[in-house]
Design a protein around this ligand. Structure first.
Ligand SMILES: Cc1ncc(COP(=O)(O)O)c(C=O)c1O
Length: 361
């Protein structure tokens, strides 16, 4: 019997997202440096809140996330009414595409941009539009040139994943000001906390009607396994997103752990400075071995090899040593490996293994 059951047009064009590998067959004692996770995990206060939440398992969570939004607003100096919380920042990206882009609309993002922009745009029925970067850096001129009357959303991650590069506040303002009137600029700040003194573009959001920011608890807050993110923007846009948000999209456990994590900014500051120290160390160690990288402002470096074959061979060698990094051919960077900044011993193991790999060639 043949079936007439078909998904909406475009759905079968979506390539399944591949998460960072977590294991190597036949190896124990591996180190996972493939998903930009915090090597130290979450703050103890978040873990304690997680444990306490076991007493609430039979209760439905709040639908309005008031306590978590209040904590975010207090710590980040925002208006709590304009914060929205989701299942990772992925869900906020998804809400934006579902609410603002459909058939005939275009969603613009950069050449090496985060893969979920394309997936969410396609799932919404919109047309993804990929724009060239300049030396692995977001190019405002190219983005503006790609916009037209069909453009509904423009996504940039700042710092970007997997390049680690960042553009200035002045450039972001120029982009926001140059967009067509029906388009929203989405500033993806998944790695914003790694940049000393950077607020994710808050001033721009407060002074414009067309800018939204997405943030996550998955990176510096060390809660990737729990899936919590948030967004901030003009009241009218947040109201729209809340209309398509599931009322119970976050559990009590997610809400309470995230609130405790947000309130422990001393922990965030320690993670930021440790990451910066080891990122500089690793980038220099790799450069001395003939493996350059652009200046990264995030919790990873994008190591560049002579060509795709060398990157692949190094990846195989690192895996053999129990070190799991990320191939980024899917991000149009086949000659690169993205290496998450681990703790000091992990960084030293990576540098040592790359030195051995280079020495064997
Ligand atoms: C640029 C960027 N945006 C968003 C995300 C999504 O993070 P999450 O859904 O865990 O908040 C990631 C995760 O890797 C990312 O790199």
């Amino acid at each position: 019997m043949t079936s007439d059951i078909r998904p909406k047009p475009g759905i079968m064009d979506i390539a399944l997202y591949q998460g960072g590998a977590a294991t190597v067959a036949g190896k124990t004692n591996t180190i996972k440096l493939s998903s930009n996770e915090n090597p130290f995990g979450p703050s103890d206060k978040a873990k304690e809140a997680f444990a306490r939440s076991v007493h609430q398992l039979h209760r439905y969570p709040s639908t309005d996330h008031a306590a978590l939004r209040a904590a975010i607003a207090e710590v980040q100096h925002l208006d709590a009414d304009r914060v929205i919380c989701g299942v990772g920042s992925d869900e906020i990206i998804h809400f934006l595409c579902q609410a603002y882009a459909g058939a005939g609309d275009e969603v613009v993002f950069t050449e090496h941009g985060f893969l979920m922009y394309r997936i969410s745009a396609t799932a919404a029925g919109a047309t993804p539009v990929e724009v060239a970067e300049r030396d692995r850096t977001t190019d405002i001129g190219n983005l503006l040139a790609a916009c037209n009357e069909r453009t509904k959303l423009v996504f940039i991650a700042n710092p970007n994943n997997p390049t680690g590069t960042m553009i200035s506040a002045a450039e972001v303002a120029q982009l926001a000001d140059g967009l067509p009137p029906q388009a929203i600029l989405v500033l993806d700040g998944a790695y914003a906390e790694y940049v000393d003194g950077y607020d994710g573009g808050l001033a721009l959001i407060e002074s414009r009607e067309n800018v939204v920011m997405t943030r996550t608890f998955s990176k510096i807050y060390g809660l990737g396994g729990l899936r919590i993110g948030w967004g901030y923007g003009p009241a009218a846009i947040i109201d729209v997103l809340n209309r398509i948000r599931g009322p119970f999209n976050l559990s009590n456990t997610q809400l309470e752990a995230a609130e405790a994590a947000m309130r422990d900014q001393d922990y965030v500051a320690r993670c930021r400075s440790d990451n910066a120290r080891m990122r500089i160390w690793l980038a220099e160690a790799l450069a001395e071995l003939g493996v350059p990288s652009d200046t990264s402002l995030a919790n990873f470096v994008l190591a560049r090899f002579a060509d795709a074959a060398e990157a692949e061979a190094c990846d195989v060698y690192l895996r053999d040593q129990g070190l799991i990094v990320r191939r980024v051919a899917g991000y149009k960077l086949p000659h690169c490996l993205r290496i998450t900044i681990g703790d000091e011993s992990a960084c030293r193991r990576v540098a040592h293994a790359v030195a051995q790999f280079k020495g064997k060639r």
